[in-house]
Design a protein around this ligand. Sequence first.
Ligand code: PMP
Length: 388
Amino acid sequence: GVPVCECNSCYGGKDCSQVLPDCPADADSGDPLFLEPFWVQHAASSAVVVAGWHRMSYRFSSNDKSSITVELEKCIRELHAVIGNAKTDGRYMVFGAGSTQLLNAAIYALSPEDSPSPASVVASIPFYPVYKLETEFYNSVQFKWQGEASLWKNRSDTSGTSIEFVTSPNNPDGKFRKPVLTGPSAKTIYDHAYYWPHFSAITSAADEDLMIFTLSKLTGHAGSRLGWALVKDEKVYTRMQMFMSLNTLAQSHDTQLRTLKLLKVVLKERGRKMFEFSYKTMRERWERISKSFSSSKRFSLQKLEPQYCTYFKNVTGPSPAYAWIKCEREEDEECTAVLQTANIIGRGGIVFCGDTRYVRLSLIKRQDDFELLLQRIDAMISKESGAA
Ligand code: PMP
């Protein structure tokens, strides 16, 4: 008989090729599938086959590292040197199941062991919500979430260690960030998830004491769960390693093997192939969405400036991972709801502990998701003057 086609909620027709008119444009998640076409093109050279008897051992202690761990560390150091986004000399490397696991390992490692009061963990609004959620969830006597960094700075009782998350470029707004808190007891965790040429100009090699990166936003393999921290201080490194070993014993060697294979492909021609594809994709999306919003008075996009990129050796225009939309009209206080009436699903500013007048739209999903998002945005903006 005729095969019955079960289309997902957005598609109809005999072969599911028709986009349904009332299908929402879902720009909520930061799933980095924009890189999928690159990996389709490099399917054979990036494939991994592992025989059943292969790599069965635990081998995890720092003086008995698996050879795959040693190789991957070397490869990541080479990648940072080629891209020029971070210094790795004199730094230890810690792997985690995504950078998510490392964020908490870093808080733990930076918190004083013997202090009567907990370290204060802060970030600047709008910030990636997991910093707050994780810190509160672990509910430790050694560290405590204290919210917005600048407010914390102005309080009278700010004694003891502070730990500030600095996301640069920032999620959600793509801006470069610097720490708000300084001084001998102010520690900083730099989250450089988005400091790659597809999302940002590389302006200089980051040289901080504790930096965190993730494969998710580098190659798009979010499901493989691999992140790494570059750590200057040996004591902090040892404490992070201890956290990791109590949390999971060791990081998956299968994931490390796959990552190594992917990074070898990335490193071909000094990264040119992947980063030219990825920058071009993100740049085009930003140019198109900027053009759409340029005719709107009701909504505005964040402003980002072109900058000299030391990797491309050129001034490059903005190409952020997310659009950070502001609803400008007095009555549009709930910007998420305004976009919802135009069938656009975004992530509200409140999720980033920010203002409800803002919404984050993900620009890093598949091309068809982006096209649908742009259609919905254009339809929404074209109705604007009539509705005003
Ligand atoms: N940091 C930031 C700023 C992020 O946006 C994300 C993912 N959206 C992460 C960390 C976590 O990524 P992962 O656990 O996949 O490495």
